[in-house]
Design a protein around this ligand. Structure first.
Ligand code: ADP
Ligand code: MG
Length: 333
């Protein structure tokens, strides 16, 4: 089957800044794919390259087999994008904005109206259809961006940090909605800062840093690479860590911790029985045991850790505003 997204050695330079540095990625049709990375990693640049808002300096990118530069129209018409920043025609009723968007992608007028209504209903703001974008609340603006991405009935839905700054309730709503779309066959590419979101929603995630791909795996596989912590409470506080504990296969470290021990290991569940046995053999009585699994977040942080002082937040933000000016194409979205 044709891949939904296929990029090979994708490079994007902005002057001296290499935003994408040889990025190769494959996303299958129907996948729920997450793109994780610290601020400035190149996530938005990657997306902008796919939708034609940025031109790659090198390498290739295809969407459903269409080259994003040579077959721009074909590729672009398959994609619905909810961008990170608001970029909406503010002066028209939102329903008209949607009709116009659908028309721009080749949908005939009568059908465009139906699609607009349907998209507004899907995201739950149909009763606001005659309102200008400016007058919507922050949460409704987010919903609207999703409606606009959906109005062309895309095969690939790209969401660039769709839940940044939204309240918990809206986040749950959006999750439910995109899960439903994905169950209906829509391929999803989601970038997010919320690891919990990636963990819960994504089939696979790519971790990227400094324009490169660090890893691609399922959330479970990634978590399995992290370090678990096994906390053992003993009936009597030990004077020292029994030396046999550190000798157990898989144990990385063991320290005294209050009335017990804290043991770190690659697989907490695997070492737990050996730990219990070893401690009992050494004359201790284990009264409680608690295994805390590594979170995807810890694994993520370990994989993308860099020197202190590398600020990303502000860079990343400025970057997106500059894109609007540099490529002059955001009116399309
Ligand atoms: N239009 C631009 N002009 C100059 N530099 C840019 C531009 N867009 C992005 N960059 C730079 O490219 C890098 C990647 O940015 P971006 O793709 O926005 O990362 P992310 O979305 O992962 O936070 C950053 O160093 C950013 O400053
Ligand atoms: Mg971004």
């Amino acid at each position: 089957m044709t891949l939904a997204i296929r990029t090979e050695d994708l490079v994007k330079d902005y002057g001296d800044v290499r935003a994408l540095d040889g990025l190769s990625l494959e996303v299958e049709q129907g996948e729920f794919f997450g793109l994780l990375g610290p601020n400035g990693a190149g996530k938005t640049t990657f997306i902008n390259t796919l939708v034609g808002l940025a031109r790659a300096t090198g390498g290739t990118a295809e969407v459903f087999g269409h080259d994003v530069a040579d077959d721009y129209r074909e590729a672009r018409n398959r994609i619905g994008l909810a961008p990170q920043e608001f970029n909406v025609d503010r002066f028209f009723p939102i329903r008209e904005v949607l009709e116009h968007k659908a028309g721009y992608h080749g949908v005939p007028p009568a059908e465009a109206s139906e699609r607009a209504d349907e998209a507004l209903r899907t995201v739950g703001i149909y009763d606001k259809r005659d309102t200008r974008f400016d007058w919507l609340s922050g949460g409704m603006k987010r919903r609207f961006l999703l409606a606009r991405a959906l109005v062309t009935d895309p095969d690939l839905l790209i969401l660039d940090e769709p839940t940044a700054g939204v309240d918990v309730e809206l986040r749950r709503d959006l999750w439910e909605l995109i899960e439903r779309l994905n169950a209906g066959g829509t391929t999803i590419l989601l970038t997010t800062h919320y690891i919990e979101e990636a963990e819960r929603l994504c089939d696979r995630v790519a971790i990227m840093d400094e324009g490169r791909r660090v890893e691609v795996a399922t959330p479970d596989e990634l978590r399995a690479r992290g370090t678990d912590t096994v906390r053992l409470t003993l009936a009597q506080r030990p004077a020292a860590v029994p030396s046999a504990v550190r000798a157990i296969d898989g144990v990385q470290d063991a320290t005294l911790d209050g009335d017990g021990l804290s043991v770190t290991a690659a697989g907490g569940g695997r070492v737990a029985p050996d730990l219990m046995r070893t401690l009992e053999d050494a004359g201790h009585r284990v009264v409680d045991i608690d295994i805390r699994r590594a979170s995807l977040e810890e694994v993520f942080v370990a994989m993308t850790r860099r020197d202190e002082g590398g600020d990303g937040a502000e860079n990343g933000h400025d970057a997106e505003r500059e894109i609007a000016a540099a490529d002059g194409g955001l009116h399309d979205e």
